[in-house]
Design a binder for this molecule. Structure first.
Ligand code: FAD
Length: 577
């Protein structure tokens, strides 16, 4: 009877344990978890803080007792594995309740220790009121602190997926939320123009946020946290959530001499075996070649961890038959009313790798425009200029983002092309989509670009030199033009274009735009077929252009310091809130 020992009892660890039991009723399975809980919903934690999930009990997919009973697993919570003796095939465990240490043998060992939140060495980082969100106890502490300290202002450091989820959930509780982000944009897996749409939404929701800013120190002052920023600005808040990223929790593996990769994750082969064939590893703690780049990547997502659990269990019982193919980091987040999804590589990533690409932005509706409540969807795809092979997609919208990201991720993972997007056969009725789904449209537009039916320019190419050299043609209706335009653009609505060709230069570049790209495409076709040699469509149209040219950050919206009668400095917004 094989003895299988698992370190870590949440996403990867618990899945491995359950699958092991389903395929091997005889194995002895021992699961060690440092914390008090196993198999809980990390991904639900921000929503519990925001009271969207009101019942704490719902966070627990399983309790240690129920899990042990159902799967005949020896579950040992509050038990930290501190060392691995690979020669003797045994681990050292500290019982965190009794502080006693003991050894446990194994035939096969599985490591799923997860990732730990990064805590940069900023002065004051350990002050009361500064938290990270990794597990249930962190969440309990934050919730308790908000209640007891009557938190009115919160700062989120880092605008990644978890940071933004926390921002939304704190805002939902009536707390004034400020975000400080070091990059020029939120959600770094996105390209700038897609993040710009999120910026505009955060502004509409009255979230204060600073871009290109870093926290340099924290200080405790007058019962608040004074936060100093790189620009010299000081913020005063009651609560700080650090969301500046995570790193693989690979210390145990490193200390036992297992190979660690260049990104600090545990190195595994295609069977998810570490450099020791008796030890498997999975989840946030590993690194694995990216399916598109071939380079080691860390993926901190629940889906891959869960799926890897099944593979590890199968490989332990059935002797390494199942191969892991890697993850293309398909991710999604709700940011207030928006849904933001991404899969594969961004333009930024391709540029950094020196991989030639073409990108295209389309704006479509979530379902047929004539059926009520259709919502806009912005979609960016990046693909190979040679054969149209897909590299990645980013989608921002209000409804139906999830299914489009999933479709594209599926095509991408099969090595598909933009031509495959055209052929996606989707379920259609007016409340759900259009006869041509936004995914099909993205494929059609991409083909038009690749076959030179239309040339495109991007918002970032519209610099001063380009604007002065080119004739900019706006083919929207006059009402739309009046509300905002690209500087210097001439307005000739699409329907009168054929009659007004004389107003356009026969030489030089003409850059055409409309709101989303379709009317401009039609205009480009009219112009090209009337002998205008250099006609370009602005990809993403005025919509994308407006997202990027509007102010991006949202600073100082809670400003208004006053000196109180007691001589202390107060912020009016806080006092009034
Ligand atoms: P974990 O699930 O973190 O489990 C690791 C466990 O190992 C921990 O409980 C830890 O205590 C234990 N452990 C570590 N070392 C030892 C040791 N030496 N001895 C004993 N026990 C040990 N992903 C998504 O895809 N979508 C989301 O919406 C999403 N939201 C998230 C929200 C939050 C707040 C957080 C924190 C994560 C979120 N994730 C999300 C990420 C997802 O939860 C992780 O990718 C996933 O849990 C990784 O699984 P894992 O098994 O590698 O690690």
């Amino acid at each position: 009877m094989a003895k299988i020992v698992i370190v870590g009892g949440v996403a990867g660890g618990a899945t491995t344990a359950a699958r092991l039991r389903r395929i091997d009723e005889q194995a002895q399975i021992v699961l060690f978890e440092r914390g008090k809980y196993i198999s809980y919903a990390n991904c639900g934690l921000p929503y519990y803080i925001g009271d969207v999930i009101a019942d704490r009990g719902r966070l627990f997919v399983q309790t240690p007792r129920r899990f042990a009973a159902r799967f005949k697993i020896d579950v040992r919570i509050r038990s930290e594995v501190t060392a691995i003796d690979r020669k003797a095939r045994q681990i050292t465990v500290t019982d965190l309740k009794t502080k006693k240490t003991y050894q446990e043998s194994y035939d096969k060992l599985v490591l799923s220790p997860g990732a730990e939140p990064v805590k940069p060495p900023i002065p004051g980082i350990d002050l009361r009121g500064i938290f990270t969100v990794r597990n249930v106890p962190d969440t309990d502490r934050i919730k308790d602190y908000i209640g007891k300290r009557k938190v009115q202002r919160a700062l989120i450091v880092g605008a990644g997926f978890i940071g933004l989820e926390m921002a939304e959930n704190l805002h939902r509780r009536g707390i004034l939320v400020t975000i400080v982000e070091m990059a020029e944009q939120v959600m770094t897996p996105l390209d700038f123009e897609m993040a710009a749409e999120v910026h505009q939404h955060l502004k509409a929701k009255n979230v204060e946020f600073y871009l290109n800013e870093a926290v340099t120190s924290f200080e405790s002052r007058l019962g608040k946290l004074a936060v100093h920023l790189s620009s010299g600005k000081e913020l005063r808040v009651d609560l700080v959530i650090l969301g500046v990223g995570v790193r693989p929790d690979s210390a145990l593996a490193r200390d036992s001499g297992l190979q660690i990769g260049e990104r600090g994750g545990i190195r595994v082969d295609e069977f998810l075996r570490t450099s020791d064939p008796d030890i498997y590893a999975l989840g946030d703690a590993i690194e694995f070649p990216h399916p598109l780049l071939g380079k080691p990547t860390s993926i901190y997502l629940a889906g891959p961890a869960n799926k890897q659990g099944r593979i590890v269990a199968d490989n332990i019982v059935r002797e390494n038959k199942r191969v892991y193919r890697g993850s293309i980091a398909t991710a999604i987040a709700k940011v207030f009313d928006l849904t933001v999804g991404s899969t594969g590589l961004s333009e930024k990533a391709l540029r950094a790798e020196g991989i030639p690409f073409v990108s295209s932005i389309t704006h479509s509706a979530s379902h047929a425009g004539y059926y009520p409540d259709a919502q806009p969807i912005s979609m960016k795809i990046v693909f190979s200029p040679d054969d149209g092979r897909l590299f990645g997609a980013q989608i921002v919208g209000y409804h139906g983002v999830d299914k489009r990201v999933d479709i594209i991720a599926t095509v991408l993972k099969q090595g598909g092309t933009i031509y495959d997007l055209q052929e996606i056969e989707h379920a259609y009725a007016p409340p759900f989509s259009s006869a041509k789904d936004p995914v099909n449209i993205a494929g059609f537009v991409a083909e038009n670009i690749l076959t030179d039916l239309v040339k495109i320019v991007h918002w970032h190419e519209l610099n001063e030199a380009e604007l002065s050299r080119s004739f900019i043609l706006d083919v929207r209706q006059p009402d739309e033009y009046k509300l905002g335009k690209v500087e210097g653009a001439k307005n000739i609505p699409l329907n009168s274009l054929r009659n007004r060709l004389k107003e356009l230069p026969r030489e030089g570049r003409i850059i055409v735009y409309c709101a989303a790209g379709l009317r401009a495409y039609l205009a480009c076709r009219i112009l090209s077929q009337n002998g205008f040699p250099e006609v370009y469509n602005l990809s993403g149209g005025y919509k994308t252009y407006e997202f990027v040219t509007e102010k991006q950050a949202n600073e100082d919206i809670f400003e208004g310091d006053v000196i109180g009668k007691d001589g202390n400095i107060y912020q009016t917004a806080v006092e009034e809130a």
